[in-house]
Structure formats: structure tokens, C-alpha cells
Ligand binder design. Structure first.
Ligand code: MN3
Length: 203
């Protein structure tokens, strides 16, 4: 089974200043994200051992580990790509039209997603996702990395609301961090994910 690897940041560690400071990005990518990659590989290894031994005594534990660390790896990889030193502004094209249709306006989406992200209980994420079953954009919260979702959605834009994402610079001011993040959103990346998402609902 191939191992998962930590992808390099797609920009320099100081490239998202001032919204995200260089020190936070070093810790966040090099330590926190790496820990999820390592945790996912460990879970994969232990599940392989369990299959070979036919011993599933710890299946609950390793299944949970795979969900937690696997989701953490997926969301962090996406988070780095969702941001850009030249980000900000608003989306255009099909994504902009879908936002208008499902939220009423870009400002309404931004307000709802900001509120959802700030209000995550404990550690988690704000998520803009596409639900291909209903052909609808949705804003969700994720607690930890893997809890609270609609099965089958394709995440498009994720905002990390764990304290490790902002505490060095913003301390307890999560709302200030989330507000600042919009200045660095890479809408081309988000729109590309929307364009590439599967379309399940038949018109
Ligand atoms: Mn994080």
C-alpha cells in the first residue's frame, strides 16, 4: 500500500503575511499537517496488519484514526491550495452564478460561512461544499476534521478554525482571523474544484 506524503506548501512560508504569519505557517504545515499524514499512514499499516492477522480487536480505534487523520490530511492539503498570496476578491463565472442561486449573493455566502466558521464548537473547520445529489452549494461546519457533514459533498473552500491555525498571531480572536482569511482566498482554485465536481443530479 503506497504511503501518503506531506505535500510542500504551494508558496513561501511568509507569502500569506500579514493574514497568516510565517511562524504559524511553519508550525501548521510542518508539524500539524505532517502529524495527520503520519497518523493516516499508521492507521493504514495497522489495518493491514489486522487483515493479515485476522485480528480486529482494535478495529474501532484504527477506523476512527483513519477517519480523523485522513480527513485532516485532505482538509489541510485543500486549505493550502485554497489560499494564495494574491487572493481575495470574488469568484466569477459558474461558481459566482451558483452562489447567487443558492445563497442570494456573495456577501450572504461570506456572512454565513464566516459565522459558521467562527461558531465551530471546539476544533474544526468552516466548509463551502457542493452537494451533487441536490445540485446545491452548502455551508457546513466540521468538528475536528471528520464530524458533521452531508455524505457525498465535494468540499470547495475550507477554513481551519483550530486554535493552532491562528493562536500565535490572533490569540483568542478567532473572528479576526476568519475575517482576514477572505483576503487570501484563491477563487480560481475554488472555482476549479466546483467545475471539476461530479454532477449526479439529472436536470
Ligand atoms: Mn490545522
Amino acid at each position: 500500500m503506497p504511503k501518503h506524503t506531506l505535500p510542500p506548501l504551494p508558496y513561501a512560508y511568509n507569502a500569506l503575511e500579514p493574514e497568516i504569519d510565517e511562524q504559524t505557517l511553519h508550525f501548521h504545515h510542518d508539524m500539524h499537517h505532517k502529524a495527520y499524514v503520519d497518523g493516516l499512514n499508521k492507521a493504514d499499516e495497522e489495518l493491514e496488519k489486522a487483515r493479515q492477522a485476522g485480528d480486529y480487536a482494535l478495529i474501532k480505534h484504527w477506523s476512527r484514526e483513519a477517519a480523523f487523520h485522513g480527513s485532516g490530511h485532505i482538509l489541510h492539503t485543500m486549505f493550502w491550495q485554497n489560499l494564495s498570496p494574491t487572493g481575495g476578491g470574488q469568484p466569477a463565472g459558474d461558481l459566482a452564478a451558483a452562489i447567487q442561486r443558492d445563497f442570494g449573493s456573495f456577501d450572504a455566502l461570506k456572512a454565513q460561512m464566516t459565522a459558521a466558521t467562527v461558531a465551530v464548537e471546539g476544533s474544526g473547520w468552516g466548509v463551502l461544499a457542493y452537494n451533487p445529489i441536490w445540485d446545491q452549494l452548502v455551508v457546513l461546519q466540521a468538528e475536528k476534521h471528520q464530524d458533521l457533514t452531508q455524505w457525498g459533498v465535494v468540499p470547495l473552500l475550507v477554513i481551519d478554525a483550530w486554535e493552532h491555525a491562528y493562536y500565535l498571531k490572533y490569540q483568542n480572536r478567532r473572528a479576526d482571523f476568519v475575517k482576514a482569511i477572505w483576503n487570501k482566498v484563491n477563487w480560481q482554485d475554488v472555482a476549479g474544484r466546483y467545475a471539476g465536481a461530479p454532477r449526479l443530479k439529472k436536470a
